[in-house]
Each structure stands twice: as C-alpha cells, then as structure tokens.
Write a protein that binds this ligand. Structure first.
Ligand code: 4NP
Length: 153
C-alpha cells in the first residue's frame, strides 16, 4: 500500500511530535513529494496549546517555524485513516495499541536508522542541549523514513 499520510505521536504533542511534524514537512517539500503530515499526543493535557518554547526555538535555529501548531489528542475515530503512525517512544507505541490502532500502521521513530532508540521526553530538560539532541535524532530518523517510504512505494 502506498503511503500518503504520516502522523507523529508523542505524549503531550507540544515538544517532540510538533518538531517531527515541522522537520517532516520541510524534508517532504525538499524531496518534492506530496505526503500529508500531522502530529498528535496520546494525552489531552495540552490541547490547543502551541509547542513548548524550546521546541519552537530549536526549530527556528534550523529554519523551521512550528509556532503556529496547536496541541491535540490522538483519536482512533479521527486518525485511523493515516497510513503510518510513528510513536516517539515505547510508551507512546503501547498507548496507541491500547487505543485500538492496528499494529500494521504503527512504527517507532527509533526504528528508522536509530537502532530502536527512543526519542527522549524533553519536557523536563533544563536547557536547549537536550532539545538539540532531540532535533538531530528526529532529523536523521525522518530523513531515513522518507527515503524508505520513497524507495518502497
Ligand atoms: P512531548 O513532551 O510528549 O514531547 O510533547 C511532553 C509534554 C508535556 C508533558 C510530558 C511530555 N507533560 O507531562 O505535561
């Protein structure tokens, strides 16, 4: 099945997955592809909030504006049509299964060139270094993800 849409999922949808969404949109555009990209959280703790300040800052440093994005909660009713749903860590993956998403649509971000490593939850990081690390993990994994998607379909 061809991949036309990808959803990135973390816990709050304010730190990791909005950054993943911004990076993916940029790389997809640069690759000349048309893929629908979105992000969501397994919790509803930050609905309608903008991404966290540090993710906005790190994105900006790399030429990506995510300040307009708004937090939302993933839903098996609204999000089942995504072709691929990428979890940032194993807890997110487990929660998506519990919510009823089929295993065939799920993957871990770390499975794309990061040897299965989880994208660490940066919510309690004190400085930007942790967010820079998250950014570089996401960038390399999403680059790999897009090349896999392109090669496969
Ligand atoms: P995210 O980070 O899952 O990357 O958006 C978090 C954001 C908020 C919380 C935890 C993680 N929180 O506990 O509110």
């Amino acid at each position: 099945m061809a991949i036309h849409s990808i959803l990135f999922v973390c816990l709050g949808n304010i730190c990791r997955s909005p950054l993943a969404e911004g990076i993916a949109r940029k790389l997809v555009k640069e690759a000349g592809l048309s893929l629908y990209i979105d992000s969501a959280g397994t919790s509803g703790w930050h609905i309608d909030e903008p991404p966290c300040e540090h993710s906005i800052m790190v994105g900006k440093r790399h030429g990506i504006d995510i300040s307009h994005l708004k937090g939302r909660k993933v839903s098996v009713y609204g999000d089942l049509d995504f072709d691929l749903i990428i979890a940032m860590d194993k807890q997110n993956y487990h929660d998506l299964l519990q919510l009823g998403f089929p295993k065939e649509k799920l993957a871990l971000m770390g499975d794309f060139g990061l040897k299965g490593k989880e994208i660490p939850d940066p919510y309690y990081f004190k400085d930007l270094d942790g967010f820079e690390k998250v950014y570089s993990m996401l960038e390399s994994a999403i680059y790999e993800l897009i090349s896999v998607v392109v090669k496969k379909y």
